[in-house]
Structures are given as structure tokens and as C-alpha cells.
Design a binder for this molecule. Structure first.
Ligand SMILES: Nc1ncnc2c1ncn2[C@@H]1O[C@H](COP(=O)(O)OP(=O)(O)OP(=O)(O)O)[C@@H](O)[C@H]1O
Ligand SMILES: [Mg+2]
Length: 504
């Protein structure tokens, strides 16, 4: 019988498939990392064919680990790295270019050009976002402008665009053989093209970018049956019934359904989402306005978001580029070997600074170095950078909402690091709370899919599944907290104004 729901979590560093039971517990997991392609400084790509192959493999592995077949699965949910743009040919199923990843900054000249008329915030009232390299829109334009023949093929109606949710959905439902070309409101709200009020693509903005509407997926809610898995696939005929961008999925998986609730997810980057209910709130403090979720025909829920580009990926950088550690958890040991950061601060502005600064001209900086500093201090500073960046985003949320958050729900890979969680509570001055299931991204997608097919009956049932695992109370004296924050903010100023026209 259908006792389970499976979620596909197509993330920035890996793809996972996770089977959940009715209580929201993990039954089995399949996971595969994919290649991070860096053709030049500032460029980040993924191979869409590799992502689709890995997706199929992780589904197979999750099912086989728990000895399950499609008959055990009530529905499939999809969650994904957002903003990463795939453009493919609907006749061949082949991508015309690698996926351009959300961290990629190659489209800065496109941003500058578009901002000449009306500034970086020219579309913000309508779409909730400033013009930035981060969002899918400029990436689609880059592909159409730079891949030979792409614009003609797009205008002829042969090319399709999607974030990786739509890419996975299209392939899962048959690809060239009747694949469904759909996205959900949360993903659509990350393109720069969706009107927050109508939840439709805005023709005027599409025209300004030169993107044919025929490329764009149909926008649907986050929880409804989009189609069935194609007969060629393991999960054949299972309904695909939920899509949420990864950060919105994590919010949903944390059962933060009400206005005023928030969570912070610590993965490749950090993303703090604050639910504003049915109200569209425009930030005065550098936050994005985004869709939270929309369940079937019900009204949409909106959110404010503080996006931080680099947190966990700084730890990966210590591992991969500096060779300081051989696995991410080793950073804990290294950091524990020193008493404090030794005066060292790392501002990981690898793709400029995102929230709340939005400074494309910033680049990474390590400051406060002395002859005393050692690799323990660097490790410590790398971890602390995550906590400081989160503090600045939380300050922005509090300023926008006017009602300070009294605790922060956390999840994602980095929350395994207990020293970091204690430091986070110390720097925020409010408790940090970790739930039992920290795979909230996949859980949220499973919830959206399960709700659509009646596997779960309502949000109350989901809230009842949420359980606290651990809580960290702030312990740092106020003067020390203020001193650290002051030094951090000074460090941030040192990362700014670095990129000149001739910096590559
Ligand atoms: N013990 C640890 N201390 C600090 N960072 C850690 C630790 N364990 C994992 N990380 C970091 O957490 C991140 C992985 O978290 P998570 O699995 O949530 O990310 P992800 O979901 O793979 O990201 P994405 O969805 O973007 O692919 C990695 O960047 C890794 O460097
Ligand atoms: Mg993730």
C-alpha cells in the first residue's frame, strides 16, 4: 500500500532522494554529488544531463535501500536549488548550454546595462527582487545572447527554460515524449519575471530582457498533481504533486506556516525566510520579497528572505581549494584547537555580497592577520562568518517586521556543528532551535506532494510532526557580542569596492 512519499532534492552540491513515512521520519536516502564546473573566475556551471542521471540513480538507491517499489509511494515531491537556469531543446531533450548556477556572476554587464534605465530596483515593486546576477532572468538572457543560434531557436519555439525543478519534472514526466513543462510559484518568484500579485509572467519584463514567453514554464501552485511519472521510469505512474524551491521547502518542512514564523537553513549558503502570510511586504532593509507557498487553489503565502551566498561553501573552499581539511566536519576539530578567532575575520564575498548589502563590487577578504594567526584561527573565522552574516540578516528582518524574533529555527548540513550553533545563539542574543529532522528541505517537498494527494490531510497534521531536538541559549556577555559585531562590520567594509572594470 502507499505508505510513503518520496522527495527529490536537487541541490547545488548534490541530488538526494528521500523517502518519508507518515510521521515525517526518514525511511531511506539516496545521494550523489555532481561536478561543480568553474570555467573562469566568477563562472559556475552544472551539467544538466549529469543532474538528471543522478536524479534517476538516487531515486533507485533510496527505493532499493528500503526495499520499496513504486506501489509503496503515494506521491513525488520536487525541491531544488533555485535560480540556476537550464535552457534545453524540447525536440531533442538536450540542454543548449550548461546550467548557469545561482552563484555565477558573469551576467553583471547585463545587470549594469538594464539598470541604466531606472536603476537596480526598477522591477522590485512588481517582482520583489532587485536586478542582480543571482536570479534566473539575466542567465537566460546570457544564454540567448551568447550561444550560437539559441535566440533563433527560442524564437521559433524550440527551446524551453526551467530552474532545475522544471528540468527534473519535464524529464520525469517523459521528456520529449510528452514531458510536462511546469514550475511552481516559489521558483517562478526567483526569475525576475513573475508578477507577485497575478502570479503570472510579466510580458513587459520578458520583452525588456528579450526572452520569448514560449520558453517559460506554466506557473502552478506548490501543491497539486502536475502529471504522472513516465512509464519508462522506476516510479512510473506515480503522481508528481509538489514543487517548492529549496528554501521555501525548508520553511514548509519546519512547519513555519504562520505569519511571523521564520527559519534559517545552513547549506551551501544561508537563507533566512520570514513568513508574512497573505501580505506582500516590501523590505526597506535589503531583503527580498518572495513567494512562501501556495497550496492548490488557496491564496498564496508570501515571505521576506535574507539570502547569504557563501556559508557552507566556505568550508568546502577550505577543503577543496586550500586543502586545510579533508572533510567538512573536520573543521570543528581545527576550530576547537584555538580559544578564539585570534582577531581574524573572513568575509566570503566570493560572488559579491548578497543580503542585506547587495554589493556586486565586493570580493572575499581575510582581515586581521598577524604573525600569530594559524589555521585554527582561519577555521574559526570561517565558521564565525556564517553566524555574523546571519545576525545581519536577522537584524534586517527585525527592522522590517518591527517585531523582533524571539528564537530562530535552524536546519541544513551545518547545524550538525554544535559549536557553531552555540556561537550563533551568542551572536544573535536569542535561542537557536534545531528540529529532530534537519532534512527539512526534502521534508517540505514531501509535505507539499503528500497534501495534494490526501496522504496528509491538513497543515495541523504536519505541525504535529515537528519535534524539537536541541536548543542553544545565548551565553556571551553583551559587551563582547557588541565588540565582535563591530569588528565583523568593519571587516565587511574591507571587502567592498574591490571589483574595478579591469578586475577579472
Ligand atoms: N560539521 C560541519 N561544520 C561546518 N560545516 C559543515 C559541517 N558539515 C557539513 N558542513 C557544510 O554544510 C554544507 C552541506 O549542507 P547541506 O547538505 O544542507 O547543503 P546542501 O543541501 O548540499 O546544499 P545544496 O542544497 O545547496 O546542495 C556543506 O557546504 C558543508 O561544507
Ligand atoms: Mg539543500
Amino acid at each position: 500500500m502507499n505508505q510513503y512519499v518520496i522527495a527529490i532534492d536537487q541541490g547545488t552540491t548534490s541530488s538526494r532522494a528521500i523517502v518519508f513515512d507518515h510521521s515525517g521520519n526518514i525511511v531511506s536516502t539516496g545521494q550523489m554529488e555532481h561536478e561543480q564546473i568553474f570555467p573562469q573566475a566568477g563562472w559556475v556551471e552544472h551539467n544538466p544531463a549529469e543532474i538528471w542521471n543522478n536524479t534517476r540513480e538516487v531515486i533507485a538507491s533510496a527505493l532499493s535501500k528500503a526495499n520499496l517499489t513504486r506501489h509503496d509511494i503515494a506521491a513525488v515531491g520536487i525541491t531544488n536549488q533555485r535560480e540556476t537556469a537550464v535552457v534545453w531543446d524540447k525536440n531533442t531533450g538536450e540542454a543548449v548550454y550548461n546550467a548557469i548556477v545561482w552563484q555565477d556572476t558573469r551576467t553583471q554587464p547585463i545587470v549594469d546595462e538594464l539598470a541604466k534605465d531606472g536603476g537596480l530596483e526598477r522591477f522590485k515593486q512588481k517582482v520583489g527582487l532587485p536586478l542582480a546576477t543571482y536570479f534566473s532572468g539575466t542567465k537566460i538572457k546570457w544564454i540567448l545572447d551568447n550561444v550560437e543560434g539559441a535566440r533563433e531557436r527560442a524564437e521559433a519555439g524550440d527551446l524551453l527554460f526551467g530552474n532545475t525543478d522544471a528540468w527534473v519534472l519535464w524529464n520525469l514526466t517523459g521528456g520529449v515524449d510528452g514531458g510536462v513543462h511546469v514550475t511552481d510559484v516559489t521558483n517562478a518568484s526567483r526569475t525576475l519575471f513573475m508578477d507577485l500579485e497575478t502570479l503570472q509572467w510579466d510580458q513587459e519584463i520578458l520583452d525588456i530582457f528579450g526572452v520569448p514567453a514560449s520558453m517559460m514554464p506554466t506557473i502552478k501552485s506548490s501543491s497539486e498533481v502536475y502529471g504522472q511519472v513516465h512509464t519508462s521510469q522506476l516510479l512510473r505512474e506515480t503522481p508528481v504533486a509538489g514543487i517548492l524551491g529549496d528554501q521555501q521547502a525548508a520553511t514548509f518542512g519546519q512547519a513555519a506556516f504562520q505569519a511571523g514564523e521564520a527559519k534559517n537553513t545552513y547549506g551551501t549558503g544561508c537563507f533566512l525566510i520570514f513568513n508574512t502570510g497573505e501580505e506582500i511586504v516590501h523590505s526597506k532593509n535589503g531583503l527580498l520579497t518572495t513567494l512562501g507557498y501556495k497550496l492548490g487553489d488557496a491564496k498564496p503565502h508570501y515571505a521576506l528572505e535574507g539570502s547569504i551566498a557563501v556559508t557552507g561553501s566556505l568550508i568546502q573552499w577550505l577543503r577543496d581549494n586550500l586543502g586545510m581539511i579533508s572533510s567538512a566536519p573536520e573543521v570543528e576539530e581545527l576550530a576547537a584547537a584555538v580559544e578564539d578567532n585570534g582577531g581574524v575575520y573572513i568575509v566570503p564575498a566570493f560572488s559579491g555580497l548578497f543580503a542585506p548589502y547587495w554589493r556586486a563590487d565586493a570580493r572575499g577578504a581575510i582581515v586581521g592577520l598577524t604573525r600569530f594567526a594559524n589555521k585554527g584561527h582561519i577555521a574559526r573565522a570561517a565558521l564565525e562568518a556564517t553566524a555574523f552574516q546571519t545576525r545581519e540578516v536577522l537584524d534586517a528582518v527585525n527592522a522590517d517586521s518591527g517585531v523582533p524574533l524571539t528564537e530562530l529555527k535552524v536546519d541544513g548540513g551545518m547545524v550538525a556543528n554544535e559549536a557553531l550553533m552555540q556561537f550563533q545563539a551568542d551572536i544573535l542574543g536569542v535561542p537557536v532551535v534545531r528540529p529532530k529532522v534537519v532534512e527539512t528541505t526534502a521534508l517540505g517537498a514531501a509535505y507539499a506532494a503528500g497534501l495534494a494527494v490526501g496522504f496528509w490531510k491538513d497543515l495541523g497534521e504536519l505541525s504535529a510532526n515537528w519535534n524539537e531536538d536541541k536548543r542553544w541559549e545565548p551565553q556571551l556577555p553583551a559587551e563582547e557580542q557588541e565588540r565582535q559585531l563591530r569588528l565583523w562590520k568593519k571587516a565587511v567594509t574591507k571587502s567592498m569596492d574591490w571589483v574595478d572594470e579591469d578586475v577579472k
